[in-house]
Design a protein around this ligand. Structure first.
Ligand SMILES: *Cc1c(COP(=O)(O)O)cnc(C)c1O
Length: 239
């Protein structure tokens, strides 16, 4: 193995151990939690190594970086998740490679995604990004719909051609009532998911937890964790 492959294999093994231990502690089966490796700022060569090591889900947050990477890795058996704030002028490009957009947070974005998904003949999975630091009806500073806006936005996704409502996503807030209370934030997201599934039973995905807090997300009931640093290393620049 190359040095990088050895390094990534060791990091993946540690993350796998953490997820397995968190599942065990929560009385959940390991199969209930899917690892998504966040490859932002890292090269396509790393994505290729991850695929060789068995990773099947990767995530990116900037279309400029993600589009060429996804193209370079088009031969690999990967599902691509888009997890960044998304401008409508990037939607056509993102729909070209993303299987799931986890950052759906406003009606205008839903309309644009639907139009481009239909045009491309693709079905795009959508997670509503929930801002737990927003007021009841505002949007979060880093994107996300406030809890009070979920029902309406979910309805819009569900009735939009080319889109599939898959569930909810959040990032633990740095400000507001949930600052420093990741477990409580993730439990709130689970409650919102329970509400959502009353009207949309197939929207079962709950994406929460990153390198620093994946155990808390698994304990709360997350179905998907998004891990970057713990697998790939500390990012060379903010992303
Ligand atoms: C970067 C990023 C992650 C991964 O964060 P790490 O702390 O590196 O594990 C997860 N989710 C989103 C939305 C991100 O932008």
């Amino acid at each position: 193995m190359t040095d990088r492959k050895t390094e990534l294999a060791a990091n993946l093994a540690k993350v796998e151990e953490r997820i397995a231990a968190a599942c065990e502690a929560a009385g959940r089966g390991r199969g209930e939690v899917t690892l998504i490796v966040v490859t932002k700022t890292y090269p396509a060569s790393d994505v290729r190594i991850l695929a060789e090591l068995g990773v099947r889900h990767v995530a990116e947050n900037r279309d400029q970086d993600a589009a060429p990477k996804a193209a370079a890795c088009a031969d690999l058996p990967l599902k691509w998740h888009f997890v960044g704030q998304l401008q409508t002028n990037k939607v056509r490009s993102v729909v070209g490679y993303a299987d799931v957009v986890q950052s759906v947070d406003r009606a205008r974005l839903v309309t644009a995604l639907s139009k481009e998904a239909v045009r491309a003949g693709r079905e795009v999975g959508c997670l509503l990004q929930v801002a737990l630091d927003a007021g009841e009806s505002a949007r979060g500073e880093r994107g996300g719909v406030a809890p009070g806006g979920i029902e309406e936005l979910a309805g819009l996704v569900a009735e939009s051609p080319g889109l599939r409502l898959d569930g909810l996503m959040t990032v633990a807030p740095l400000t507001g009532e949930y600052a420093g209370r990741e477990r409580a934030a993730f439990e709130r997201l689970m409650d919102l998911s329970t509400d959502l599934r009353r009207a949309h039973p197939a929207a079962t995905m709950v994406s929460a937890g990153m390198s620093a807090d994946l155990e808390k997300a698994v304990a709360a009931g997350a179905t998907h964790v998004r891990v970057g640093t713990a697998v790939l290393g500390v990012r060379p620049r903010l992303g």
